[in-house]
Design a protein around this ligand. Structure first.
Ligand code: URA
Length: 261
């Protein structure tokens, strides 16, 4: 198969994984030509240079958020935590906000400590609370597909949430709950030093970038959190409710992928 066709096939397969319509490609002739209609310059599709999704330019810069890191001499155990495991132990006994009262397990996040991509969601749901693992319910299954589409198995990504305990009835975390939990997320990002952060949903985006701007207005820009690029996209749970958002999500995750390459 010609390079262009292989790339197109791979691209369409990724689109399908993310909910796009299946596309049947015409069989190639032995010389690799598809016999498709010539373009305005008279070239058949196989003679045109392949358009790689990664050739498009990056979106413009957005917000830069630079919250201060904990100072070296502080006695604060969160700023002092020297590893993700040490941080998870602190989270496990946290009673900083009311969410501790209803939890079964804390959900600190999981993934390798050298992960290049960090995915940040909103907060654990029922299955996450039961298991202590992030994104393992239906939204998590979709997240796995999204990551597979950019050739990143879940095992290579650090996945976490803004709040580490489940809000009752899956309501949105409240402002003071987020504020209590935020030092954990900030320290996780300090320790991980990822190449790219993918903020999924309004809560993750607004919290990381310290803004009230809507998710729609934050998409399609390369923001920065302490210098690290932040890409904003829809939350997988929102995609389950509104499959029309799968395509824009696909556009967003491809930007994240390009920043990783
Ligand atoms: N939704 C989230 O934001 N996080 C999870 O871990 C699961 C669902």
């Amino acid at each position: 198969m010609s390079d262009g066709r292989a790339l197109a096939r791979e691209y369409l397969e990724q689109q399908r994984l993310l909910g796009g319509d299946p596309v049947v490609m015409p069989e190639a002739a032995p010389d690799g030509r598809t016999g498709g209609p010539p373009d305005r310059e008279g070239a058949t599709p196989s003679a045109r240079p392949p358009v790689r999704p990664s050739d498009a330019s990056l979106p413009p810069p957005g917000i830069s958020c630079d919250p201060p890191s904990g100072d070296l001499f502080t006695a604060d155990p969160v700023s002092q935590a020297g590893s993700l495991q040490a941080l998870a132990s602190l989270i496990a006994t946290c009673t900083q906000c009311r969410l501790c009262e209803g939890r079964t397990h804390t959900v600190p996040g999981e993934g390798p400590d050298d992960a290049r991509l960090v995915v940040v969601g909103e907060g654990p749901g029922r299955v996450e609370d039961e298991t202590g693992r992030p994104f393992v319910g239906r939204a998590g299954e979709l997240l796995d597909k999204i990551l597979a589409a950019i050739e990143l198995p879940r095992q290579r990504v650090f996945i976490c949430n803004v709040v580490k305990c489940r809000p009752p009835e899956n309501r949105q975390p409240q402002y003071d709950e987020i504020a209590s939990c935020l030092p954990y997320l900030h320290r996780q990002l300090d320790l991980l030093k990822p190449k790219v952060i993918l903020a999924m949903g309004g809560t993750a985006a607004q919290t990381l970038l310290d803004t009230k701007q809507s998710l729609a207005s934050l998409r399609n820009q390369v923001h920065r959190f302490r210098g690290t690029p932040v890409i904003v996209t829809y939350h997988p749970a929102a995609l389950l409710r509104n499959p029309n958002w799968k395509r824009p999500t696909w556009d967003d995750v491809r930007i994240a992928r390009r920043l990783l390459d």
